[in-house]
Design a protein around this ligand. Structure first.
Ligand SMILES: CCCCCCCCCCCCC/C=C/[C@@H](O)[C@H](COP(=O)(O)O)NC(=O)CCCCC
Ligand SMILES: Nc1ncnc2c1ncn2[C@@H]1O[C@H](COP(=O)(O)OP(=O)(O)O)[C@@H](O)[C@H]1O
Ligand SMILES: [Ca+2]
Length: 554
């Protein structure tokens, strides 16, 4: 760490032991100074090795003056007569800071420094506050939307009990809206909210609720900037406001994949310290009609069918996905169609890479300069790479586009473990028709450490754009369904009318678009590099986590 000039340096006491406490603009450090007297039985006193600690300024949450007569410090029945400067410390201040615990979870921890004089105590408090005020990336005023019906319907409780105290401690003020119906948050952001008042928007809920916020903010930004969302060719304008996610949904994939956990306190602390993580957003069109945005999973076939079935079981809460997952797996439906895509080239890596997108990812950082026009290594804009499109026809059990890993508690490394949060690409995973047993093997690899792409029936490509067209696109065309096991040649129009009753194949699936059903089959998708930002920093390397630097021996 670069040496910074000291702002303050004093001997203060922590738990009745003297520490040399140093403040510079990057860290607060405290190092034990006293040579503790130990009686050896022979009249000799020895020195105990001093402990040193530091916390980065950017991870200090707040500083408060403290009444020194706290019961924890002076709980005895009698008061000791002060004999040394340490014993006479009457004034104190408490610093709250981020502490890393297990599995990428953060907690709020505190340390109290006792000072011999009031003036010194006030000087410390004021200087730390001044340093915190220089951290301009921290939000001061937030707009919060709570979905009271997401996940286990505990959104409001989670916010009131776990998040509000942390925001108050960090002096963050909030306007809170508890949503009353689907799309309440989206429409409020799109048309009513006075966004200039806020430094960020927070959603309390699951991926569906996050999707509402993204739609509200992105659409509002395009409208304000005069960008036509219906035009696939238009470059979208990035949103000014960062989004915070307090996980209170069923899958919480976006929170899990950007923070490393689905813990509300951790997410609240990432908001407080003003973290920032850019994210790609896919726009989904049907010809010249804008349909939706997606930041995590666009899934046709298996994941589309799971979602469609699970919506009817919403009353079950998160367990609906397990029931619908098994049911959809047993139905073993496949869908025919054509996938065409524009591969990502240059330094974008591949979905089979062994390294994963982590906090400060170099690949994502490198992509930010290309963000306005997506180009390949020969510097050709996507629009001029018409010859580079690849076309694949087939029968698919699943077509998944993962714009990020899609890691979640059900699948800790995600659908595409090497996908990047902010590289301007999505990983297109094609699972061709195969036996039930093979498909099960593939699905189970989402839940363990084995490579889910290492199957002959699975292909994966890193792409900037893709199109999907189902084979049976409209009900007037004559099709041959013998291969589909239906028997003889028929008209699809008949099948569309009859398949529900007769149990024959369903010609089309729906897209699962970040957990929302998109009742379209033919779509065109384009990735917009780093269109939004989250109050997150990406998943920290395990080494940072196992050897926490927020409070560590130095
Ligand atoms: C028969 C055994 C199947 C085992 C498959 C396990 C694989 C699980 C991978 C899950 C990846 C999920 C990607 C994220 C999707 C979410 O956006 C979406 C909505 O979340 P939320 O709004 O919080 O409810 N969740 C889903 O689509 C659930 C998919 C579950 C599939 C079993
Ligand atoms: N007040 C509300 N009543 C009903 N549905 C709502 C409300 N607010 C938001 N929603 C919708 O609930 C759906 C699921 O929300 P989400 O928070 O993602 O929970 P889950 O993870 O359980 O699916 C989203 O489609 C969202 O639009
Ligand atoms: Ca990406």
């Amino acid at each position: 760490m670069e040496k910074q000039p000291r702002l303050l340096c004093s001997v203060l006491s922590v738990q009745r032991r003297p520490y040399e406490v140093i403040l510079n603009c990057a860290i607060l450090a405290w190092k034990e100074t006293q040579t503790t007297k130990k009686h050896t039985g022979r009249g000799i006193y020895g020195a105990v090795k001093a402990g040193s600690y530091y916390v980065p300024m950017c991870e200090i949450i707040s500083v408060q003056e403290k009444d020194d007569e706290s019961p924890s410090e002076n709980s005895g029945k009698w008061q000791k007569v002060p004999q040394s400067p340490v014993d006479s410390c009457q004034h104190a201040f408490t610093v709250s800071y981020v502490e890393r615990t297990r599995q990428h979870c953060w907690r709020c921890s505190e340390v109290t420094f006792h000072c011999p004089e009031l003036a010194l105590c006030l000087l410390w408090v004021q200087t730390i506050r001044e340093q915190l005020a220089l951290l301009t990336n921290r939000p001061k005023h937030l707009l919060v939307y709570i979905n009271p019906f997401g996940g286990k319907q505990r959104g409001k409780q989670i916010y009131d009990h776990k998040v509000t105290p942390i925001f108050s401690q960090a002096s963050i003020s909030t306007d809170v809206i508890v949503t009353e119906h689907p799309n309440h948050a989206r429409d409020h952001l799109k048309t009513e909210a006075d966004l200039m008042k806020y430094d960020g928007v927070v959603c309390v809920g699951g991926d569906g609720m996050f999707s509402e916020i993204v739609h509200g903010l992105v659409s509002r930004t395009q409208r304000d900037e005069g960008v036509d969302e219906n035009s696939m060719k238009d470059t979208l304008v990035s949103c000014r406001l960062r989004i915070g996610i307090i996980p209170a949904g069923s899958t919480d994939c976006i929170c899990y994949a950007t923070v490393g956990s689905n813990d509300p306190v951790t997410s609240a602390l990432h908001i407080v310290v003003g973290d920032s993580q850019s994210m790609d957003v896919c726009s989904v069109h049907d010809s010249d009609t804008f349909l939706r945005y997606s930041v995590s999973l666009l899934g046709y076939g298996f994941y589309g069918d799971v979602l469609t079935d699970s919506e009817r079981k919403r009353w079950m809460g998160p367990a609906r996905y397990d029931i619908s997952g098994v049911k959809t797996f047993l139905s073993h439906r496949y869908y025919e169609g054509t996938v065409s895509f524009l591969p990502a080239e240059g330094n974008s890596g591949t979905p089979r890479d062994k390294f994963q997108c982590r906090s400060g990812c170099n690949i994502c950082r490198g992509s930010s300069s290309d963000k306005l026009v997506s180009k390949d290594e020969n510097n050709l804009p996507d629009a001029e790479r018409q010859d580079d499109w690849t076309v694949i026809r087939g029968k698919f059990l699943a077509i998944n586009a993962a714009s990020m890993s899609c890691a979640c508690p059900r699948s800790p490394k995600g659908l595409s473990p090497a996908a990047h949060l902010a590289d301007g690409t999505t990983d297109l995973i094609l699972v061709r028709k195969c036996s039930r047993l093979d498909f099960l093997r593939h699905l189970l690899r989402h839940t363990n450490k084995d490579d889910q792409f290492d199957h002959s029936f699975v292909e994966v490509y890193r792409v900037r754009q893709f199109h999907f067209t189902p084979r049976y696109q409209d009900c007037d065309s004559e099709v041959d369904l013998r291969e589909s096991g239906v028997g003889s040649k028929r008209f699809l129009s008949q099948i569309c009318r009859e398949h529900k009753a007769c149990g024959c194949i369903q010609a089309q699936s729906n897209w699962n678009c970040d957990g929302e059903i998109l009742p379209h089959s033919a779509i065109q998708v384009r990735v917009h590099c780093q269109l939004i930002s989250l109050f997150a920093r990406g998943i920290e390397e395990q080494s940072v986590f196992e050897d926490p630097y927020a409070l560590c021996a130095i």
